[in-house]
Design a protein around this ligand. Structure first.
Ligand SMILES: [Fe+2]
Ligand SMILES: [Fe+2]
Length: 191
């Protein structure tokens, strides 16, 4: 059965591929080159639309479900919930910065590199905390009936980039980042 945890894990692999792509754009900047700011904006737009507005709220409901039943890892789970709010703010700031550049803002290269690098690190640290500790823990703690209850109550949205149908707005991103075989090997997270 394709479980909720499996779908979160699949999202994490997809997010890490996009974060790897952002890192490569930062490398281009560090080497004095010009990254593709349109693709960077599309990447961050997807992270905002899908991760911040769907994946994280879904996890928050799962985390709340857990905390209503157990004290196990309460501090760690609350920290992840706090990180969701912090990521929301960081995504917004990064989006504004890239959007500004596309609209002619003069931005200091070093500061921009620092901002994107810190954002990628913040995202990866969060993914790793979930993958390394909390998701395996919930897999152990929840019974089949818990997953069934969650399955009935959680919202569901098709992934507009990695799902069966690619939204029009993400077609370029799909062609450049997703439909590239090597990207999986570079993602850093196993299948
Ligand atoms: Fe999360
Ligand atoms: Fe997550």
């Amino acid at each position: 059965m394709y479980t909720i945890i499996d779908s979160l894990h699949a999202d994490h692999i997809n997010f890490s591929r996009l974060l790897g792509a952002l890192e490569r754009q930062v490398e281009t900047l560090k080497e004095g080159g010009m990254p593709d700011f349109e693709i960077m904006l599309d990447t961050v737009d997807y992270l905002q639309n899908y991760a911040d507005l769907y994946h994280h709220p879904r996890e928050d409901l799962i985390f709340r479900f857990h905390l209503e039943r157990s004290d196990v890892a309460r501090d760690e789970v609350n920290e992840l919930r706090r990180q969701h709010r912090a990521l929301w703010e960081s995504t917004n700031r990064v989006r504004l910065a890239i959007d500004g550049i596309l609209h002619g803002d003069i931005v200091q290269r070093d500061l921009f590199i620092e901002q994107i690098s810190a954002y990628v690190t913040q995202q990866l640290d969060h993914l790793n905390a979930e993958e390394g500790y909390i998701l395996p823990l919930l897999r152990q703690l929840f019974e089949a009936q818990d997953w069934e209850q969650l399955n009935r109550s959680l919202p569901f949205r098709a992934d507009p980039l990695f799902g069966p149908t690619v939204d029009q707005q993400y077609r370029a991103l799909y062609t450049r980042i997703v439909n590239v075989p090597d990207a999986v090997a570079e993602s850093g997270l196993g299948a």
